[in-house]
Design a binder for this molecule. Structure first.
Ligand SMILES: C[S@@+](CC[C@H](N)C(=O)[O-])C[C@H]1O[C@@H](n2cnc3c(N)ncnc32)[C@H](O)[C@@H]1O
Length: 230
């Protein structure tokens, strides 16, 4: 079988986005009013019922892809339910084949939804999200696409408020550093006491399909942890 080359992220950006501060501040000081997609409102309703029936804290796996990380998170947080969200039906359809343990399976809900809407709905519903995993989000590496990155989009203030712990993993160093810088800027503008930590890391066992692919190809991996101190 032919081995596929796994390319490093390439970008015309040599450093963090030059208009980062201005962009983040603009979104902190304006309200994000994009109408919610109907399918996400419906999917959120089902997820909300699952969370309330469980009566447990929530771990949110945003952009879960094929769901390997959701399985790992359910094992790491045995007292929680995991809500695993992705917009791709194709990726989500591969998730159930990974799940064999009945306890883990009963604590994970896979949801097809748009995160930009789902996060705002979860915030308004006051979900108790103890850990928010954002593993290997699409990097949008061209500087002309930078505002599609979560931390440079209007949803970022809501994303930061969702949980006291946000864990971002990526194979693009600039993304991890930008995320950290954006969190620091938004945090102080919103008067949130945050501890923000950026590091490169080596996984003991790769926890997602993309992590395995990048790690297997010898690429460096990065993590930004944002922890609210209040
Ligand atoms: C690069 S993949 C990473 C998947 C998985 N976390 C992993 O590490 O294997 C990014 C995933 O995020 C999902 N995604 C990107 N933007 C999204 C959005 N706005 N709403 C929901 N899912 C999104 C994509 O469908 C894709 O499955």
């Amino acid at each position: 079988m032919q081995q596929r080359t796994v390319h490093e992220v390439t970008s015309n950006q040599a450093d963090i986005y030059e208009n980062l501060e201005e962009t983040v501040i603009r979104y902190v000081s304006t309200e994000y009013r994009r109408p919610f997609a109907e399918h996400t409102v419906k999917a959120f309703g089902a997820a909300d019922a699952f969370v309330r029936a469980a009566g447990r804290p929530v771990v949110l796996d945003s952009g879960c892809g094929t769901g390997r990380s959701s399985f790992a998170l359910a094992a790491r947080f045995p007292e929680c339910v995991v809500v695993a969200v992705d917009k791709s039906e194709v990726r989500l359809s591969k998730s159930s084949s990974l799940l064999c343990d009945k306890d883990l399976l009963s604590r994970i809900l896979f949801v097809r939804a748009e995160l930009l809407d789902f996060w705002r709905l979860a915030l308004s519903a006051n979900w108790n999200i103890v850990h928010h995993a954002v593993f290997y989000p699409n990097p949008w590496p061209k500087s002309s696409e930078a505002t599609r990155r979560f931390h440079l989009s209007p949803v970022f203030p809501a994303m930061l408020k969702l949980s006291p712990v946000t864990e971002l993993r990526t194979n693009w160093e600039i993304y991890a550093r930008e995320f950290a810088e954006a969190a620091n800027i938004a945090g102080s503008a919103m008067e949130l006491e945050l501890s923000v930590n950026f590091e490169s890391f080596v996984p003991l066992v790769p926890e997602t399909a993309f992590e395995e692919k990048y790690f297997g190809a010898g690429q460096k991996l990065y993590r930004t942890m944002v922890v609210r101190k209040d």
